[in-house]
Write a protein that binds this ligand. Structure first.
Ligand code: MN
Length: 205
């Protein structure tokens, strides 16, 4: 499982790993305030309501995601649990000191899987901009290889046996206040200025 600790119920909103204005101007404090304080918090609150009194009440977030994935009757629980996990993972995938070059241990894996850092970033940007509607673009480890995948809505590579290394949220709420319809501008700025390669490397281990 990835480098993300999650407790069991009641689930709580983890603190942001930086101040709300730390990602400005790529992502404004206004966007972070709504995205973290309203959207992420709502997923936590909804999840706690939905699992209260059920057999999932004492399960970890990862256990809930695994137990409900692909079950249409449990879609509400899955969507909220996965969105709680995805958002915590996304905050950690960004850093005010991000962008630039990955640490050499990760850079070597990127080169052997994609040919170059630029090719990896281009594949991430393409996945993020071509995900139709709401969803996520991910750098994952799949066996010995790194790959880029995209998922719709709340879906996660965790349920497909892949290990997430980092993610970019491409729901409109992630960028609309700052970029309106210009999703590619948001994605490219995140990849150039904020993406947290150190976090990705920690998740490889
Ligand atoms: Mn989001």
């Amino acid at each position: 499982m990835s480098n993300q600790t999650t407790g069991s119920a009641p689930h709580s909103l983890p603190p942001l790993p930086y101040a709300e204005n730390a990602l400005d101007p790529v992502i404004s404090a206004n966007t972070l305030s709504f995205h973290y304080g309203k959207h992420h918090k709502a997923y936590v609150d909804n999840l706690n309501k939905l699992i209260s009194g059920t057999e999932l009440a004492d399960s970890s977030l990862e256990e809930i995601i695994a137990a409900t994935a692909g079950n249409a009757e449990k879609a509400g629980i899955f969507n909220n649990a996965a969105q709680v996990w995805n958002h915590t993972f996304y905050w950690n995938s960004l850093s005010p000191r991000g962008g630039g070059k990955p640490p050499s241990d990760l850079g070597g894996k990127i080169d052997s899987s994609f040919g170059s850092l630029d090719a990896c970033k281009k594949e991430l940007a393409t996945a993020a901009t071509t995900q139709f509607g709401s969803g996520w673009a991910w750098l994952v480890q799949d066996g010995d290889k790194l790959k880029v995948v995209k998922t719709g809505n709340a879906d996660s590579p965790l349920t497909k046996g892949m290990k997430p290394l980092l993610t970019i949220d491409v729901w409109e709420h992630a960028y609309y206040l700052d970029y309106q319809n210009r999703r590619p501008d948001y994605v490219n700025a995140v990849l150039d200025k904020l993406i947290n390669w150190d976090f990705a490397l920690r998740n490889c281990k």
